[in-house]
Ligand binder design. Structure first.
Ligand code: SF4
Length: 379
């Protein structure tokens, strides 16, 4: 069977997209063509490490093989990326893999760290009431190459020696509801020989609590963050109804406990604080009881307000008191700073697309073209 036929995406050029192939599929293609096996590695390196957009830029492939590949396939990258820059330097990238649907990715600079928050779905299958993404409903799962594309886009916009230091799956969507594509993407992101070479320890998957899939995270070797946000079932039912019906609080906490015992890894517990809803001292004490014996750190996230939400952000004193209760019980507790809220790039705010005219539109092609010129000159 021709590996390109039924498997790869059909981009606008009508040729299959090389980026849509897994490494195994690319190896099969190279074998079908009778080329040496290392060609597949070279092609993958051009795609992920050099980020070329044109097969002709793969200068260590013989000319006739480049010509053959050009006739059979193309490299389809995001062509029109909108980049919104917040006052604090946070950047939000928007692009459309299909008409009328946008993927949102957030790049957050903090000191020497540069964190990229990637999306795994457009919209979300879950319906957390404090989250703008949840309000837009589920539109589509992202494919593996569309998840990786978000990292490639961010890299296109960096100037050396800047580099992304950590990746968090905390953008749009529930990553464990799209685990096959997420697993495949993580394989490409962590492969050191031809992929992007991220250490799995620098990648965090955040889940609303799909307990049955915690084992997948352990298998991938990445970090687990659990979005808890409640200390009673009633509260969680109000805030995260869909997931709480599937995995009530008791089951979720048992899953966290089992995960931390089996993996000996430290989980991150995310707790969005909503004024008057889950931010009382009773909540803080109940949280201590729930988490006792689980190896974890706690991130408190004061709610980032948006126009269509009736929830409010608690005041600073309440947040500090809540933090003090957990600290006193021996937990590592951090209050997450709100980043990029002026471009609706903060936690829980993804899903609203501001009018393009208000912001800069930065085509990634310019960065890529520059890079490809270098490759042509020096390759
Ligand atoms: S908080 Fe996460 S899981 Fe819940 S609706 Fe938003 S994106 Fe989905």
């Amino acid at each position: 069977m021709n590996v390109l036929g039924p498997i790869a995406d059909m981009p606008s050029t009508t040729l299959p997209n090389l980026l849509a192939l897994s490494s195994e599929q690319l190896c099969r293609l190279v074998a079908d063509l009778g080329w040496p096996r290392y060609r597949a590695t070279q092609i993958l390196q051009w795609l992920y490490q050099h980020r070329v957009r044109d097969i002709r830029a793969m200068t260590n492939l013989p000319l006739d093989q480049r010509a053959t590949l050009c006739r059979m396939a193309a490299i389809e990258r995001a062509s029109d990326v909108q980049c919104l820059v917040g006052a604090d330097g946070t950047r939000k990238f928007l692009w459309s893999p299909v008409p009328n649907l946008s993927v949102e990715t957030i790049l957050i600079p903090e000191g020497r760290r540069l964190t990229l928050c990637v999306s795994s779905q457009i919209g979300c299958t879950l319906d957390c009431s404090f989250c703008l993404t949840g309000q837009m409903g589920w539109k589509r799962n992202l494919r593996a190459h569309e998840i990786v594309e978000q990292v490639l886009i961010a890299q296109d916009h960096l100037l050396p020696p800047q580099r992304i230091t950590s990746l968090v799956f905390m953008g749009m969507g529930e990553p464990l509801a799209n685990i096959d594509a997420v697993s495949e993407a993580i394989g490409r992101l962590t492969n050191a020989e031809w992929g992007l070479g991220f250490s799995p320890r620098r990648i965090t998957l955040s889940t609303a609590g799909m307990v049955a899939r915690f084992a997948d995270i352990a298998r991938l070797g990445v970090n687990l963050a659990v979005s808890l946000n409640a200390t009673t079932d009633e509260q969680r039912q109000l805030l995260m109804p869909a997931i709480n019906r599937l995995y009530p609080l008791e089951q979720l906490i048992a899953g966290c406990r089992e995960y931390s015992q089996k993996t000996e890894c430290c989980l991150t517990i995310e707790y969005v604080m909503l004024a008057g809803v889950n931010d009382t001292m009773h909540d803080a004490r109940r949280l201590v009881q729930l988490l006792r014996g689980i190896r974890c750190k706690v991130n408190l996230i004061p709610f980032n307000e948006f126009a269509s939400s009736s929830y409010r952000r608690p005041n600073e004193t309440v947040v500090r008191q809540f933090q003090a209760v957990l600290r006193h019980a021996g937990f590592d507790v951090f209050v997450r700073k709100s980043r990029g809220s002026d471009i609706l790039g903060a936690c829980g705010q993804l899903g609203y697309i501001p009018r393009a005219s208000a912001y800069s539109r930065v085509p990634t092609a310019s960065a890529a073209t520059q890079h490809e010129r270098l490759v042509y000159e020096h390759g």
